[in-house]
Design a protein around this ligand. Structure first.
Ligand code: PMP
Length: 421
């Protein structure tokens, strides 16, 4: 039933349990804010259930066929026939799970296969697969930079990068988003001797903007820092081999970029995370990285789908071209309608529509959903500068006709909430 498929929600009013001792008291403002939002009659943008998924670009939500424009399924690999066949075969041959850590009983044939596929994809010497991209950042950053050393990160970094810093013992220094000058200044103030790790992202996922990696890497190297680039949102369609923004900007793994972090949850179309490197001592991470060691490894079916998907992404020129065509079509269409977007040009497969406030964003989100379109609501603290966004992420499998309909839905919903004239 529909009721049975509803996601759990918070109580409308927080029950009071000895408030001075109730550890949940700190959530009262959050509960009140959400109650007020729901009282305004909108649906919960964070309680969507995909009742059925029909393919990479459509699902059934609340009984209605809906276009998906808010997933990270950039290359549309989730329904690739070879990927699904590889997963099914692994499920049959290896069972449903590993029951253990990569370090002990949790390394199966396809974990090694996925790492081999990654080494081939990136032309890298080493690849380490984690259970999520979140854990890849958490583990790599917290392990690599130790007490007395420094992590220097962009202020708009993903939560997993911030959490990696929190978990580790290194000093943390932030620089202004995408500012080469500020990075240079902050590195210049640090003592020369200690080890330093500069953490960057190829594509920043909230606005879909690109980092000036070439200039940033030059500055990092000038100050003797190692460089880690999270390429979660670029794999498969940036650079000659789809390796990411670093490749697109002419940088090399090893000489320019020391570590690349990635995920299986976006272009690869499953779940998992990884770090690749040419550092000769990289394998030491396997024996020291807690988020790699103290958790169960990915199920065999997942790593088998990942390995197959990664290999197919090496020859996905067609999908890649369609994805960029789609980004241009959507960005162009929304710009022509008068929406304020996160980037002036279609720089990536993310197109962020900037709204005035939470109410406008949620009302518009709901109007789109009712018209048959799902996009992401993004709000502070995930967004920079307190922005409320409707984030669209494109898929290579979106058709021109689907995107024409999407642009029509944006026109109607945007006018209804006063976001455009
Ligand atoms: N890095 C970035 C930049 C991300 O956007 C995300 C997820 N949205 C991650 C890492 C974490 O990836 P995963 O979903 O595999 O945990």
């Amino acid at each position: 039933t529909e009721a049975g498929l509803a996601a759990d929600t918070l109580p409308a009013e927080a029950p009071v349990v000895a408030p001075e001792r109730d550890l949940f008291s700190k959530f009262d403002p959050l509960i009140a804010e959400r109650a007020a939002l729901m009282a305004s009659g909108v649906r919960d943008p964070f309680g969507i259930v995909m009742e059925r998924v029909l393919g990479p670009t459509t699902a059934v939500i609340k009984g209605r066929e809906t276009i998906l424009l808010g997933t990270y399924n950039y290359m549309g690999m989730t329904f690739d026939a070879d990927v699904i066949a590889a997963g099914k075969a692994a499920l049959d041959q290896f069972g449903s799970g590993t029951n253990g850590s990569r370090m002990l009983n949790g390394t199966f044939r396809d974990h090694v296969e996925a790492e081999e596929a990654l080494k081939e994809f990136y032309g890298a010497d080493h690849a380490m697969v984690f259970s999520t991209g979140y854990q890849a950042n958490l583990g790599t950053i917290s392990t690599m930079a130790a007490r007395g050393e420094y992590v220097i990160l962009d202020a708009d970094s993903h939560a997993s990068i911030y959490d990696g810093c929190k978990m580790g013992d290194a000093e943390v220094v932030r620089f202004r988003h995408n500012s080469v000058e500020d990075l240079d200044k902050r590195l210049g103030r640090l003592p020369a001797e200690p080890g330093k790790l500069v953490v960057l992202e190829g594509v920043y996922s909230m606005l879909g903007d690109i980092a000036p990696l070439k200039e940033m890497v030059a500055v990092a190297k000038k100050h003797g820092a190692m460089v880690l680039v999270d390429e979660a949102h670029s794999m498969g369609f940036f650079g000659e081999h789809g390796r990411g923004v670093y490749e697109e900007q002419g940088l090399q793994l090893g000489t320019d970029v020391d570590f690349v972090i990635g995920t299986f949850s976006k272009s690869v179309g499953t779940v998992g995370g990884f770090c690749i490197s040419n550092h000769p001592k990289f394998e030491a991470m396997r024996f020291s990285c807690r988020p790699y060691i103290f958790t169960a490894s990915l199920p065999p079916s997942v790593v088998a789908t990942a390995a197959t998907s990664i290999r197919k992404l090496m020859t996905a020129a067609d999908k890649r071209r369609r994805l960029w065509d789609n980004a241009r079509q959507l960005h162009g269409g929304l710009t022509a309608l008068g929406f304020r977007l996160g980037t002036t040009a279609p720089d990536s497969a993310i197109v962020a529509v900037i709204l005035n406030d939470q109410e406008q964003a949620v009302l518009m989100w709901q109007a789109l959903l009712e018209a048959g379109l799902y996009v992401n609501v993004a709000r502070p603290p995930a967004t920079p500068a307190g922005m409320f966004l409707l984030r669209c992420s494109l898929c290579a499998e979106h058709t021109t006709e689907q995107l024409d309909r999407v642009i029509g839905m944006f026109a109607a919903a945007g006018k209804a909430v006063g976001a455009i004239g």
